[in-house]
Structure formats: C-alpha cells, structure tokens
Design a protein around this ligand. Structure first.
Ligand SMILES: Nc1ncnc2c1ncn2[C@@H]1O[C@H](COP(=O)(O)OP(=O)(O)O)[C@@H](O)[C@H]1O
Ligand SMILES: [Mg+2]
Length: 277
C-alpha cells in the first residue's frame, strides 16, 4: 500500500495555542480527501507542514513515501519531495505582473537548471505543455494576459495548470474556493476531481463547507482545535454528527453563500464511516 501522506503524532504549538495536537493520519495515493474544520481548527497549519513550509515541534511526516520531517526537523530530501507537491492557496498565489503562461511555466522550474530559471527561459516544448495545461483547465485564451487581470476562479484554474505542468503527484489545496462565487467554486472542485481521476494526483483539500466535502470527496478528515475528530466517509457527515463534533461552531460548516446546487450524490455511499479510522 502506498501512501501520499502520513503523519505520526504531529504537534505544533504557537505562543498561546496548540495548532496541531498529535495528529496522526494516512492518505493513500490516488485518494481525494477533504480536510474539514471551522476557522482556526488547524487546517492550514497541517497542510503547510507537508511541503515543509512549517516545521513541527514533534512527530513525523512522510510525503510520497519519504520521511520529510522528524523530531521537529526537516530532513535533507524535503526539497526533492516538494518538487512533486503542488500547492494551491485561498489567496491566489500567482505573480500578478507576469503573464498567465509564465505563471504556469514556473511549475517547470523544479526541472530546469538554476541558471536557465534565472532568466525564465523555457523551451518551445515547455511552452506547448503550458498551453495544453491551460487548455485542460479551460482558460487557454488568457495565456498572454497578466495574471492580475484574471478573475479569482480563473486564477485558481491557472494555479492548477501550474500543478499539471509541475507534474505534481500530490496536490494540497488550502481553502481554494473560500474566496470564490458558487459557480467558480464548483468549477475548481470539478477540476480537482479531474486531476485526481484523470491524472492520478492525490488531492488533499481543506474546506470549511461540508457540502463541498460531501459532493466531491469520498473521505473527510475533520479537525477541531488541532485534533482529528472524524476520519471516514464524507457521506456520513450528518448535521447531527457535525453538531456533536463542533458544537456551536458547526454552523460555520454549512455556509449558505457558497453552497452546491444539488445535495451530495454520495459517491462513497457504500463505505463505512469507520473504514479509515
Ligand atoms: N504563524 C502563526 N502564529 C501564531 N499562531 C498561528 C500561526 N498560524 C496559525 N496560528 C494559530 O493556529 C491555530 C490554527 O490555525 P490555522 O491552521 O490557520 O487554522 P485554519 O486553517 O483551520 O483556519 C489558530 O489558533 C491560529 O491562530
Ligand atoms: Mg486556513
């Protein structure tokens, strides 16, 4: 069994809070998993640990089969592992003044010698690949525009095109739809699903709307106050269960402004809630 992500008793504290409290979880290669939780529950902190943006206080992290953090330290191989991890942020992480295609080509820099990357010189083949990636996320017509001219939804699609060009095997998306309208949110979630199903990428996506978790992710890992409070089938996340897990914060997980049109067609209906726990 291959795992894309494993954490063992991962803990991280900041001045006055325990952001992650002995988080142990496993995500198999090829899964699409929602990381659910109210604001402040530790979703971003967890996701940022995986590519080594943040170092832990204690615990271990394996990414794509290699241990990248142990005992509060990054291991030397983390950069090499990071090159196969794509990251999509809530606040769009494109370089605004550069054309969209250049932003996508930045995904190639992991495979480009440093002296070429200094001048951002890309081969014709690389440019062709970037255009194809933009076409596959449906925004090839924006290739030569500055990134700043794109809508939020288009920027997220460009970020996903960059993951494609990068050849990412694991995509970490930190609330990628939190700033988007419902239509763009659906489109971005569809694309994540497509990258999971057609390109075989493992997807771990943090969300604070349970409807999207249920609609697009067979499995949900829910965090509350830095702890895993649920790990199982998304279809089992009833309002009652969420109320038990989150108390009054549960309301935050049913944000109405950004809901999906149809309620879940529960792709994982046959899966037991306890299957992964
Ligand atoms: N860089 C930081 N410095 C201090 N506290 C932080 C920092 N990052 C996160 N926290 C705290 O850690 C907790 C979890 O935050 P976060 O991971 O951002 O949650 P979420 O993404 O689920 O909203 C919060 O209490 C937050 O205030
Ligand atoms: Mg966050």
């Amino acid at each position: 069994m291959s795992y894309a992500v494993v954490t063992r008793e991962l803990s991280k504290s900041y001045a006055n809070c325990q952001a992650l409290d002995k988080v142990s979880l496993q995500v198999r290669e090829g899964e699409m998993v929602a990381l659910l939780g109210a604001s402040g529950s530790g979703k971003s902190t967890l996701l940022r640990h995986l590519p080594g943006f943040v170092t832990s206080n204690s615990g271990e992290i394996d990414v794509l089969g290699q241990t990248v953090q142990a005992g509060g330290k990054l291991l030397p191989n983390f950069r090499q592992v990071r090159s196969r991890v794509g990251f999509v942020f809530q606040q769009f992480n494109l370089v605004n003044r550069l054309p969209v295609i250049t932003n996508v080509l930045i995904g190639q820099l992991y495979q480009t010698p440093w002296w070429k990357s200094l001048f951002m010189r890309f081969t014709l083949e690389q440019r062709q690949q970037a255009l194809e990636a933009l076409a596959s996320v449906g925004i090839e017509q924006t290739a030569w525009q500055r990134a700043s001219t794109l809508s939020g939804g288009q920027q997220q699609r460009a970020a996903l095109a960059r993951c494609l060009v990068q050849g990412a095997r694991l995509i970490l998306a930190d609330e990628p739809i939190a700033s988007l309208d419902p239509e763009s949110s659906r489109k971005v979630m569809e694309l994540l699903k497509q990258m999971n199903e057609q390109h075989g990428c493992t997807v771990l996506v943090s969300l604070h709307q349970v409807e999207f978790a249920m609609r697009y992710c067979p499995r949900t890992i829910a965090l509350n106050a830095g702890r895993v409070v649920y790990d199982g089938a998304s279809s089992a996340l009833t309002p009652q269960l969420l109320a038990e897990l989150y108390g009054s914060n549960a309301k935050e997980l049913f944000s109405s402004g950004n809901s999906v049109e149809t309620f879940p067609d529960s792709p994982s209906g046959s899966m037991s809630a306890a299957a992964f726990v």
